[in-house]
Each structure stands twice: as structure tokens, then as C-alpha cells.
Design a protein around this ligand. Structure first.
Ligand code: HEM
Length: 513
């Protein structure tokens, strides 16, 4: 009896050790040999850390925050220097280790297309862990199968078609408020990024949640803090997969923020719900929050939303709705402040479309706009799969860095890093030489950004209204360091009825008179 107990105890002690050894050694050898046999190589694996320490070291050496000299927009080596240098050393596709997790970084457009089209659901989204999970929950960004279909249908309805057109007046009103504030700065420099952040917060609060920026301010504040924790810990937490042995100060902080975030969102949800329960409103409303609540109360078996799902969707859309459009607008205005010839062309287009009137949905749809560089996305290879010439073992993570494609001279030419909107003069297909995945700003395939049209509308409206009223140049004190939407000031010159007015729409009016 004693012998059996001792045997069981030693087995129990040996089990964790075996799991650790399996993760640290066997998995690594297995993946590495399979990938190397297909010509996919990468930096050497370091015990326990994989390549996470290399990534941190390369990033520190590069100095992401150091100034960059305009008009150079070669941001790939600056923002993702680890991928940039490994791509140079190991080719278009290479293997890296995020702790014990193998990750194949894929930059070939044909392979990317197959992965993102995701036939048969072979490449689900990578499960989020740690702080990122607290930020986005299990919402639409990571959901799969029936749950994703349900969430996507709801979001598609809320951010497209008639619903989107109905949002235009609220977007215009928010921009007008910002421009009214600018009036008191006329002739001076304005730091515009802060105002763009407030603008995008106000627009998503108003259009999707029927509240104001002030009501949602706690939510944005906490989402900001959580995303800062995500960036800070991005390469610190995967040593033993999802199992975390020691809880850090940041973990405790993230728990606290998540709880507060939950309560703040619930406040806004409850307020809307109570309006119907107490008879002050006869429906939950036609905006995104209204659709979520309708699905919660009346969704039936198939479309019902649980309370937890509502919270996750609110978090996702508050987050995605603010940060993305704010970055796009900041980046676009920055480019136009530097390239004043293009600013003039954009203004001409705006004046021809709207004159001095507020933008409307019909003309917005015809307007052209520029798009920011963006981050990376991750898919997981669920089961062993073949992508063209490669065989990926199950559970390898596939990372797709759009910047590697957006700055690829084979696709865009040797001046890939220069701002040359004329590339798109004959449409995207021509510009990308028929490579639809060469331009991945909004993703590709079934998971293409659900807020694409929404973001375009918002940015076009803001840009049009700014161009109608102001000519702007970059402050001479600005130091370019595009690691994150960095603050920048513009020197604004208010437009009176200038040459455009006479030659454009107003010109026709003058002739009629
Ligand atoms: C400039 C603005 C934006 C850019 C560049 C952008 C970019 C992207 C990209 C690249 C993806 C695909 C990610 C992947 O495949 O993993 C995506 C997905 C998504 N975006 Fe956006 N986005 C923008 C604005 C927005 C806005 C304003 C919203 C919300 C109102 C939004 C909501 C979402 C959601 C919910 C998804 C996940 C869709 C799904 O998995 O079905 N995005 N976005």
C-alpha cells in the first residue's frame, strides 16, 4: 500500500516536469524539424523565452521613439524591427518562438490570401490571453463558428447601409463642435491629436451607444489603461502557455480595471434598458446598443445575446471605434500638412462635392481617402494544413504583418515608402498588380473590418469640414516619431472664400447670377 502511494506521489510530481519538458523541448524539436524541411527557418530558440528576449532587445536597439526625417515613411523597420531584420535574414516566411508557442510569420500575398479566406475554418483566430483577453473579451474579434456569425450579422446591420447613413448628422455635429472650439485658436498653432481623439470618442459614443463622450469617458480611460498594459506585457506572458504561475502588479491592476470597465459599461446598458422597462421609451433603439439589447431580450434561441456577450461587444466597439479612426484621421491630416499640393487637390475635391455645405452620404461615398499603416493579425492553424507549397502542423500560430506588404518594393516599386497617392489613380486592383492581399489595411476575407465604411465616413466627414475651413501646415517644432499616433501641432490658416470658391461651386453660382 505504501509502495503504491509513493508511486502515485512520484507520478504526480513527475507530471508537471514532463509537461514542462514536452513544451520546452519536444514541441520545439518537432516544429523546427518540420518547418526547416520546408525551407522555413528563423532565429535560434532560447530555452524558456523562445525569441521574446531577442524581440525586446532588437526593439530597444532600434529606438522606436527616435525622430524620423520626413518625407520618409519607411516605418516597417522602425515599428516592427524584429520582423524586418528576420525577414531579411530568413526570407519571406520564417519561424519564431513566442515563449513556447511556435509562430510562422507569413508575408507572401498568395499564402496570406489562402489563410485569410479560411475555407473550412482551418485558421481560427488565435485565442487571446491575459490582459488582451480582458481588453477584448471573447467578442467578435476572436469568436468563431455560430457565435461569430451571430455577432457579425448584428454588427453588419448596425454599421452599414441605412443605419450608417442615419449616423451622418451625428458625425457632422461632432466635427462642428470641434471646429467651433478651433475658432478661438485662429492664427495660432493647434495640437490636433487630442481633439481628434475626443472627436472619435464622441462619434462612437453618439452613433453606437446613444451617449456622449463625457458619459463614456471612464470607459475610454480604462480601455486606454488596459491597452497600455497589453503593450507593456506583450512579450512577457507566454512562457508556459496560458498557465501563469506568478501574478504581477500589472495583473492585479488589469483585474481592477476590468472590473471597473464592466461596471461602467453596465451603467450605460442598464440606463437604456430601464427606459424601456419603466415605459419612458417604447423600444431599445436602432443603434448598436439597441440591437444588442433587442437580441438579449427578443433574440430567440439562435440569436440571443447573453449579458457577458453584450459587455464584450461594447468593449470591442468602444475600443475599435475610437482608436482606429483617431489614428487614421491624425495620419491623413499629418500627410496633407506635409504635402500641401495634395491638400490643395483634396480641398478641390471637397469643394466640388459639397461646396460649403455639410457633407452628405451620397457624395461621401464618391470621395477618395487615404488609409493609415496598421498593426498585425494572428490566426491559428487548428489542424494540420496545406497552404500552397507548405504543410503547417496543427497549433502553429500564423502572424501576418500588413506593414511588410505595404512597404514591399516588389509590389509597390522602389519608392514604396514614399507618399504617392497617384499609385491609386486607376484603382486598388491596378495599384496592387492584381494582388488583393497586398493592401491589408482593413483585412481580407470574411473577417474584413466590419467598421470599414463607418471609419471611412467619419474620416471623410471630418477631413472635408476641416478642408472647407482651413489651410494647414505642420508646426516647425514638430518632431516626427510615428511609433504611436504622436502629438502634432498644425498652423491653421482660416480660409475665407478663396480662389477655390470662385473657381469651384461658387464659380457656377456667380455665373448664374
Ligand atoms: C481606420 C480604421 C480601421 C482600420 C484600419 C481597421 C482595421 C481592421 C482590420 C485590419 C481588421 C481585420 C483583423 C483580422 O483579420 O484579424 C479589422 C477587423 C475589425 N474591425 Fe476594424 N479597422 C478600422 C476601424 C474600425 C471601426 C471604426 C470599427 C467599429 C466601429 C471596427 C471594428 C472592427 C471589428 C469588430 C473587427 C473584427 C471583425 C471580425 O472578426 O468579424 N474597425 N479592422
Amino acid at each position: 500500500m505504501i509502495a503504491i502511494s509513493a508511486f502515485c506521489a512520484s507520478l504526480l510530481l513527475l507530471l508537471p516536469l514532463t509537461i514542462v519538458l514536452y513544451k520546452l523541448w519536444w514541441t520545439r524539436l518537432y516544429f523546427q524539424s518540420i518547418m526547416e524541411s520546408q525551407g522555413i527557418k528563423g532565429p535560434s530558440y532560447n530555452f524558456f523565452h523562445g525569441n521574446t528576449k531577442d524581440i525586446i532587445k532588437i526593439k530597444n536597439q532600434t529606438g522606436s521613439n527616435a525622430p524620423m526625417y520626413l518625407p520618409d515613411h519607411d516605418v516597417f523597420p522602425r515599428l516592427q524591427p524584429h520582423w524586418y531584420s528576420w525577414m531579411k535574414s530568413y526570407g519571406k516566411n520564417f519561424l519564431v518562438w513566442i515563449g513556447t508557442q511556435p509562430q510562422v510569420v507569413v508575408t507572401e500575398p498568395d499564402l496570406i490570401r489562402e489563410i485569410l479566406v479560411n475555407r473550412n475554418g482551418t485558421y481560427p483566430k488565435t485565442e487571446r490571453e491575459g490582459h488582451l483577453k480582458k481588453l477584448l473579451g471573447d467578442g467578435i474579434v476572436v469568436a468563431e463558428g455560430e457565435k461569430w456569425l451571430k455577432l457579425r450579422k448584428l454588427a453588419n446591420h448596425a454599421f452599414h447601409g441605412e443605419c450608417l447613413k442615419d449616423m451622418v448628422p451625428a458625425m457632422v455635429a461632432s466635427v462642428r463642435t470641434m471646429l467651433e472650439k478651433w475658432r478661438s485658436y485662429e492664427g495660432k498653432e493647434i495640437e490636433v491629436c487630442g481633439d481628434f481623439r475626443i472627436l472619435s470618442s464622441e462619434v462612437i459614443s453618439r452613433t453606437a451607444f446613444g451617449s456622449s463622450y463625457v458619459e463614456g469617458i471612464k470607459i475610454f480611460d480604462m480601455l486606454g489603461k488596459l491597452s497600455a498594459l497589453v503593450s507593456k506585457n506583450a512579450y512577457k506572458m507566454k512562457f508556459l502557455g496560458p498557465v501563469k504561475l506568478v501574478r504581477t502588479k500589472d495583473d492585479r491592476e488589469a483585474d481592477k480595471i476590468e472590473q471597473l470597465l464592466h461596471e461602467s459599461i453596465m451603467e450605460i446598458v442598464r440606463k437604456r434598458q430601464d427606459e424601456v422597462i419603466t415605459g419612458r421609451a417604447d423600444s431599445f433603439g436602432s443603434d448598436f446598443l439597441g440591437s444588442l439589447l433587442k437580441a438579449h431580450h427578443e433574440g430567440g434561441e439562435k440569436n440571443q445575446m447573453s449579458a457577458a456577450e453584450i459587455i464584450d461587444e461594447c468593449k470591442t466597439f468602444y475600443f475599435a471605434g475610437q482608436l482606429t479612426t483617431y489614428s487614421l484621421l491624425s495620419w491623413t491630416v499629418l500627410l496633407l500638412a506635409i504635402h500641401t499640393d495634395w491638400q490643395e487637390k483634396a480641398r478641390n475635391e471637397v469643394l466640388q462635392l459639397f461646396g460649403r455645405e455639410n457633407p452628405n452620404s451620397e457624395a461621401i461615398a464618391r470621395m477618395k481617402t487615404a488609409v493609415q499603416p496598421c498593426d498585425s493579425y494572428y490566426e491559428k492553424n487548428k489542424r494540420q494544413s496545406h497552404v500552397r507549397k507548405f504543410k503547417f502542423p496543427a497549433n502553429v500560430e500564423l502572424a501576418i504583418p500588413p506593414l511588410a506588404l505595404h512597404r514591399n518594393p516588389d509590389i509597390w516599386g522602389p519608392d514604396a515608402h514614399l507618399f504617392k497617392p497617384e499609385r491609386f489613380a486607376e484603382g486598388l486592383a491596378k495599384a496592387t498588380k492584381g494582388n488583393p492581399t497586398a493592401f491589408l489595411a482593413f483585412g481580407f476575407g470574411p473577417r474584413t473590418c466590419v467598421g470599414l465604411n463607418y471609419a471611412s465616413y467619419e474620416v471623410k466627414i471630418a477631413l472635408s469640414m476641416i478642408l472647407q475651413q482651413y489651410k494647414f501646415t505642420l508646426s516647425p517644432n514638430y518632431v516626427h516619431s510615428p511609433f504611436w499616433p504622436s502629438l502634432f501641432s498644425l498652423s491653421m490658416e482660416r480660409r475665407s472664400c478663396s480662389s477655390h470658391c470662385r473657381q469651384g461651386l461658387f464659380g457656377r453660382k456667380t455665373r448664374a447670377e
